[in-house]
Design a binder for this molecule. Structure first.
Ligand code: AOS
Ligand code: ZN
Ligand code: ZN
Ligand code: ZN
Length: 398
C-alpha cells in the first residue's frame, strides 16, 4: 500500500523544506579531463562569477544556499582581502561560503604525494596548506573542511604503504588540533585515480580510521563516484550512520569510475536507496549531521543547466525516499514478507513526485519548473555574451 495523496504531500513538504544541497564553485568554471578541455563561453572565471551563478541556481531551486570553495582556485592568496571580497559576494548574491576544499594535488611538489610524501619538507608544506584552509574556514564562518588527497603510488614496491599511513595520521591529528569548536574535518576516500596502484585513503574503512585518529570533529565524506562498480554504497552509508561517522556526501553519478555525471542520470534508484537510509535513520532518531554536497563539473552540458537539473533531481529523489511507508516496511521486514517489503520500498521509487515538488515550489515562491525558468530568464545568454568576449581564466581540474 502506498501513502495517500494527502499524507504523501505533507511528507513531501516537510522533506523539501528541510532539504539543502551545496553546489561546488568548480562546477561553474571551465574544467577539463586529462585529455583536454572544451571551453564554454559562459563559464565563470572569477570568484564573483561563481557566486553570481550559484545565486542564480539558489534563486531557481531554493535549495542551494551555500557554495563549496576550493582554496587554490577561489582564495588563491588567502589574504584578508580575499576573505573580505568573498564576504561581500556572499551578501551580494545571497549565497554563503560552504565547505572549504584544500588543494593538495596541483602543485609540482606533490608529484609523490602531499601529506604522505616521503619528503618531510613537502609534508610540512602540505600540512601548512591544510592549516591555512582551516583558518580560512574560520574567517569565512564556514563549517566543514573537506579533505581529498590525490596521494598514492602507481607501482608495487615503490612506496611504503605503512609509513604513509603514519605520516597521514600525524598530519590529520595536527590539522584537527587547529579546528575551531564548530568546525569539522571531512575525510574523503577514493579507490583509484590519479594513483593507479595504491591510493592512501582508498575506502571508507581507511577514511573512518583516519577520522577517528584525527579527533572527535572528523567524519567521513562519501563521494558516490568513488567506489568500485557494483559496490553497495547504501550499506556503507548505513554503517557510517550506525557508527556516527557519516559527515557528508559528494553527490554525482557514474557509469564506470569517478565520472562526475549528473546525479541520477545513470542510476536514480541508487540515490533513492541512499536517501532512504538517511530518512530511516532520521525517523529512528539517530544522531546525525550530514552535509549534502554536489561534486560535479560539466564539460559538455551547460553548467547552469546541469546544476539546476542536478538539484531538481536531488529534490525529487529525496521526496521519493521520504514517501516510503517506513512503519509498514518495518513490519514487513520483521515478518520477512519479501515481495511485499520490496514492493513497498520500490513503490515509493516509482511514484511520480514531480507534481508534488512543483506544487511545493509554487507555495514557496520558487519557479515550478526551474529548468524552464532558467531558459526563460535569459541568464545564460547574458553571461555568454558578457564573459565570452573576455579571455577565459585558468582551467580547473575537478
Ligand atoms: C576528486 O576526485 C574528489 O572527488 C574531490 O572531492 C573533488 O573532485 C575535488 O576536490 C575538486 O577538485
Ligand atoms: Zn587509450
Ligand atoms: Zn569528491
Ligand atoms: Zn571525485
Amino acid at each position: 500500500m502506498s501513502l495517500s495523496e494527502s499524507v504523501a504531500f505533507d511528507r513531501a513538504v516537510k522533506a523539501l523544506d528541510s532539504f539543502r544541497i551545496e553546489i561546488p564553485s568548480w562546477g561553474f568554471a571551465n574544467t577539463g579531463t586529462r585529455f583536454g578541455k572544451f571551453v564554454q563561453a559562459a563559464a565563470a572565471s572569477t570568484i564573483e562569477e561563481k557566486f553570481a551563478d550559484a545565486g542564480e541556481v539558489n534563486r531557481l531551486t531554493g535549495a542551494t544556499p551555500t557554495l563549496a570553495l576550493h582554496v587554490l582556485w577561489d582564495l588563491p592568496s588567502g589574504s584578508p582581502h580575499d576573505v573580505a571580497n568573498v564576504r561581500a559576494l556572499e551578501k551580494r548574491y545571497g549565497v554563503r561560503s560552504g565547505s572549504i576544499n584544500p588543494n593538495l594535488f596541483q602543485d609540482q611538489e606533490y608529484k609523490y604525494g602531499s601529506l604522505c610524501n616521503p619528503s618531510a619538507e613537502v609534508r610540512a608544506r602540505a600540512l601548512g596548506h591544510m592549516v591555512k584552509s582551516i583558518e580560512l574556514g574560520q574567517q569565512l564562518g564556514s563549517r566543514d573542511v573537506s579533505l581529498w588527497l590525490a596521494d598514492g603510488s602507481n607501482y608495487p614496491g615503490t612506496q611504503s604503504i605503512r609509513n604513509r599511513i603514519e605520516w597521514l595520521e600525524d598530519a590529520l591529528r595536527t590539522a584537527h588540533a587547529h579546528l575551531a569548536p564548530e568546525q569539522r574535518l571531512l575525510v574523503e576516500y577514493k579507490p583509484f585515480e590519479p594513483a593507479f596502484y595504491h591510493t592512501d585513503i582508498a575506502d571508507w574503512g581507511m577514511a573512518m580510521h583516519l577520522a577517528r585518529e584525527a579527533g572527535p570533529q572528523a567524519r567521513v565524506l562519501v563521494d558516490t563516484g568513488h567506489h568500485y562498480a557494483g559496490q553497495n554504497i547504501e550499506q556503507i552509508v548505513a554503517w557510517l550512520l550506525h557508527t556516527g561517522m557519516l559527515g557528508g556526501f559528494h553527490f554525482n553519478d557514474r557509469r564506470y569510475a569517478d565520472d562526475d555525471l549528473t546525479l541520477g542520470s545513470i542510476d536514480p534508484y541508487q540515490v533513492f536507496r541512499i536517501f532512504h537510509e538517511i530518512h530511516s535513520a532520521q525517523s529512528d532518531d539517530l544522531q546525525m549531521d550530514v552535509a549534502f554536497m554536489i561534486d560535479q563539473s560539466h564539460n559538455l552540458k551547460g553548467k547552469l543547466e546541469a546544476m539546476v537539473q542536478t538539484v531538481a533531481t536531488a529534490q525529487e529523489m529525496w521526496v521519493k525516499a521520504a514517501l516510503v511507508d517506513r512503519e509498514e516496511l518495518a513490519a514487513l521486514q520483521t515478518s520477512c514478507e519479501l515481495v511485499n517489503a520490496e514492493e513497498t520500498f520500490r513503490g515509493a521509487f516509482w511514484r511520480d513526485v514531480r507534481p508534488m515538488v512543483a506544487t511545493w515550489r509554487e507555495k514557496r515562491g520558487i519557479p515550478a519548473d526551474p529548468l524552464a525558468a532558467l531558459r526563460e530568464s535569459g541568464y545564460v545568454e547574458r553571461i555568454t555574451r558578457e564573459r565570452g568576449s573576455r579571455q577565459v581564466g585558468v582551467a580547473s581540474y575537478a
